[in-house]
Ligand binder design. Structure first.
Ligand code: SF4
Length: 236
């Protein structure tokens, strides 16, 4: 005969334990990241909000270093939506070719420039709703602009953050939407803008996409001292 009361209390105990461990882990991770990355400069070089938006759009499927290399030659001359409208899609394609997927990206940059001029008098809107209505601008791009451009608390989740949140046991990794929700639940709003960059930096420097046994560096050793198996992660 199953003792229902005992089973329920054991269940509660486990839930509580899991929740506490998860919170404890998030606190430890935050502390370590603050020690390693006390400063978090914005990785994509830009001159204004518009060029930040363009750089984020160009950064899909390539590195920030590559985007910076390309935009270094573009932004001194072209840094307003009007400039890109005047250039036209074909010329934009030539300028951004080495960022990859250049036809699609040039189309986005051209159309969003037009939309900014037509709908927002050439200004980048400071809200998710309007940003996400711009051509090629999804929730992640909008979150980066809101966070890094306007200082609004947001948590842009890219593939690095999605991978690390799973390896650190902060999210189940079902999809990026869930990862964003999990991270926002675990960390206070005031740290989101800095923290998302700290996680990106850590991912690039230590916790790369290739197989990791989850036992190699400070965060996992601290959070999972008994871990022995490879941590499998789901792609974004
Ligand atoms: S041990 Fe591996 S999974 Fe853990 S933080 Fe380091 S690189 Fe990432």
């Amino acid at each position: 005969m199953v003792n229902e009361k005992k089973t329920w209390s054991l269940f509660n105990e486990r839930c509580l334990k899991f929740e506490m461990n998860e919170i404890e882990r998030s606190k430890k991770i935050l502390k370590i990241l603050n020690q390693i990355y006390p400063k978090t400069p914005i990785p994509l070089k830009h001159r204004n909000l518009f060029t930040l938006l363009v750089s984020v759009a160009l950064s899909a499927q390539t590195t920030d270093v590559n985007v910076n290399k390309v935009t270094k030659k573009i932004y001194p001359k072209y840094n307003k939506p009007e400039h890109f409208i005047k250039l036209g899609r074909k010329k934009i394609e030539k300028l951004i070719k080495s960022t990859g997927f250049f036809k699609r990206k040039a189309k986005s940059v051209y159309l969003l420039s037009k939309q900014l001029v037509e709908r927002h008098r050439g200004k980048v809107p400071n809200n998710f709703n309007d940003l996400e209505k711009l051509h090629g601008v999804g929730h992640k791009t909008a979150s980066v602009v809101m966070s890094q451009g306007f200082g609004y608390p947001a948590f842009p989740v890219d593939t690095h953050i999605h991978r690390l949140a799973q390896r650190w046991g902060l999210s189940s990794g079902i999809n990026v939407i869930q990862t964003e929700k999990d991270l926002k639940r675990l960390f206070p709003k005031k740290v989101w803008n800095k923290l998302h960059l700290q996680i990106i930096y850590y991912g690039r420097e230590f916790c790369k996409a290739r197989a990791c046994y989850g036992i190699g560096c400070k965060i996992c050793i601290t959070c999972y001292p008994g871990r022995k198996k490879i941590v499998k992660t789901k792609k974004a």
